[in-house]
Write a protein that binds this ligand. Structure first.
Ligand code: MN
Length: 275
């Protein structure tokens, strides 16, 4: 599926798996090499009801939003945007770049008690990094009920990682070869691990990167449509109307170019988030 010039693979939601805890969206893009073009160019679009998490393996993405924040995400750091009741943002490859791009775009559904709070944005230049036997673990998201980690397994090593047994987990290979429980994990597939385990052991022959998403199973029924996560079709329709009519979300003044119009509401039965 194309996103601008970039091919993305949607790992969540997929048939049979809509959520990993409160993680409700995972797009994988790259790795791609480029010269003059701008592989990431997502024009201004709105969100409600989520936090977006931009985590990169290679390259840069510059974020601009309707609160006026500008922040360049780079490997080892993370951009966290809390939409609350409404925010708009744009994400692009910046003019100064390394000519490579590889990363993931994640969404976390906000619980009902927090989903209508004011929007906010946080740039963390360096997330917690743990060197351990067999590899390196970056923790790019950590809350009472969820965790997001990037696990680098060194070549020829086994890495043991403790996980919360109250969490369900999703595994996604970002690169390299990796075995879990003697099974070779395939690229571009989401693997699900039920709650009840307290440790995973990853083995890699040539070195690997594994995205590890965990969370307490989320029982609030959510409705996803386009870039919105809500509870009712009426909330979705109101957010769509506000975006189309220029209310609520505000402009992303730093972006040069038109914003993304909302798709027709007749497609509300089909979840179709852009990014
Ligand atoms: Mn977005």
């Amino acid at each position: 599926m194309p996103l601008g010039n970039l091919t993305i693979r949607r790992a969540l939601p997929v048939r049979g798996r809509r959520l990993i805890g409160r993680w409700c969206f995972l797009d994988r893009y790259g790795p791609v090499s480029f010269t003059d073009e701008k592989p990431m160019d997502v024009a201004p679009h709105p969100h409600i009801g989520i936090q977006t998490v931009t985590w990169l393996v290679e390259g840069e993405v510059v974020h601009h939003d309707s609160l006026g924040y500008e922040a360049v995400a780079r490997p080892g750091g993370v951009n966290l945007m809390t939409s609350g009741s409404g925010i708009a943002h744009a994400e692009e490859t910046p003019p100064r770049n390394v000519g490579r791009l590889s990363g993931v775009q994640l969404w976390v559904a906000l619980p009902d008690a927090r989903r209508n709070l004011a929007p906010s944005f946080e740039h963390i230049p360096e997330v917690p990094r743990l060197e351990t036997r067999g590899g390196i673990v970056h923790t790019f998201a950590s809350e009472a009920d969820l965790a997001g980690r990037d696990v680098a397994v060194h070549r020829g090593e086994i890495l043991h990682i403790g996980i919360d047994s109250a969490h369900e987990h999703g595994l996604f290979i970002l690169g390299g070869d990796v075995e879990l429980d003697g099974e070779r994990l395939e690229p571009d597939a989401l693997y699900y691990v039920e709650p009840g385990r307290s440790e995973l052991a990853f083995r890699s022959a040539g070195g690997a990167r594994v995205l590890l998403l965990g969370g307490v199973p989320f029982t609030e029924p959510i409705l996803m449509w386009w870039n919105f996560v809500a509870r009712t079709p009426e909330e979705i329709a109101a957010a769509r109307a506000d975006w189309e009519d220029g209310r609520r979300f505000g402009p992303v003044n730093a972006y040069q170019g038109p914003r993304i119009p909302a798709p027709p509401l007749s497609r509300i039965v089909q979840a179709n988030p852009a990014s």
